[in-house]
Design a protein around this ligand. Structure first.
Ligand SMILES: [Ca+2]
Ligand SMILES: [Ca+2]
Length: 125
């Protein structure tokens, strides 16, 4: 599903509304998720980070100003992420973040509407 569908999916994943598309705010949270996802290499998972409101201003939900402070973008590709798709097909911007199982779950920006990945939901009590 695309990022918008993943966001909606997670919002409705629990009847009591206690679920959202995952935000990853600390290195320890990131490490925990990476260890949990280690069994499914090759898949990509949408997380909540996006720069839909203003290019380059990454936030944890659209238009909230809840800015991404901790991040774990991939440096192993040329150019480093996020690249807004500059090195890709050139057919659109990349404004939503995935944890990429092809690169040990480093973060990449991808096309929010055109790219189809798995939702990574976060539950809280
Ligand atoms: Ca972007
Ligand atoms: Ca990218």
């Amino acid at each position: 599903m695309n990022w918008f569908a993943a966001r909606d999916y997670c919002l409705h994943a629990r009847a009591d509304g206690s679920s959202i598309l995952a935000s990853v705010r600390t290195g320890s949270q990131n490490d925990f998720i990476r260890s949990e996802l280690a069994g499914v290499p090759g898949l990509k998972f949408w997380i909540a980070a996006n720069d839909l409101t203003a290019e380059g201003a990454w936030e944890w939900d659209i238009g909230t100003g809840d800015l991404v402070v901790y991040s774990n973008w991939s440096n192993s590709t040329d150019p480093p992420q996020p690249d807004d798709g500059v090195a890709g097909t050139g057919c659109g911007s990349e404004d939503c973040a995935v944890m990429d199982g092809d690169d040990v779950f480093f973060w990449y920006d991808e096309d929010c509407e055109g790219a189809l990945f798995e939702p990574l939901c976060m539950y809280y009590p």
